[in-house]
Ligand binder design. Structure first.
Ligand SMILES: [Zn+2]
Ligand SMILES: [Zn+2]
Length: 193
């Protein structure tokens, strides 16, 4: 039996995770398992940017995958970046095992607006499915409503749905029936995640 591991990483508010796990199960038809991994966030911190390098976090996350892990999703609330971009909502290994997603820029309060838990949750579900979609081999999709549509800004996340379009859905099925290469080293840097 293989699982999608949900790994909270120094997450202050765990209350989003239950809904997230349920949604991931209903989307990918794989059971989830919530576990803490030994991850040192300080190693990924860049003091000059006051942000965390998401690739360095992802590397720690996938270092020793549990044998029953089909995928591993790290969930954080710190501000993530990769060197060529000012920020990322998340990052994933294309056709690999690992992905990370952060709620940091999914909160309304980040944009100076009144906080709304439902909105944050909705965005988190979409970004998590999007990043996991990359691990299942999906690249960005041009269908505006498809969850694999690229989001540069948070408004783009709000405009798309949390579902795969029929074509992406079909590709996932093919990928799930094949073998997953757990050491594939290509990282898909999502600005939108
Ligand atoms: Zn699509
Ligand atoms: Zn993406």
């Amino acid at each position: 039996m293989s699982y999608i591991y949900i790994v909270p990483i120094e997450l202050e508010d765990n209350s989003y995770l239950e809904k997230l796990e349920r949604f991931i199960f209903s989307t990918f038809h794989l059971r989830t398992k919530r576990r803490e991994f030994k991850i040192n966030l300080k190693d990924a911190f860049d003091p000059s940017r006051v942000q965390y390098n998401s690739s360095l976090i992802l590397r720690q996350l996938i270092k020793k995958p549990p044998l029953d892990a089909e995928k591993i999703l790290g969930v954080l609330d710190v501000d993530l970046f990769i060197p060529i971009l000012t920020f990322v909502f998340g990052e994933a290994q294309l056709k690999g095992i690992g992905a990370v997603v952060s709620t940091h820029r999914l909160h309304n309060r980040f944009y100076g607006l009144p906080e709304n838990r439902e909105v944050t949750t909705d965005r988190l579900l979409k970004e998590a499915v999007h990043e996991l979609g990359h691990t299942f081999g999906l690249i960005h999709c041009l269908q505006a409503k498809c969850v694999m549509n690229s989001s540069t800004y948070v408004e783009n996340i709000d405009q798309k749905s949390a579902e795969f379009c029929p074509l992406c859905q079909k590709s996932i099925k093919v990928e799930k029936s094949g073998r997953v290469n757990k050491v594939f080293e290509f990282f898909w840097r999502d600005r939108n995640h």
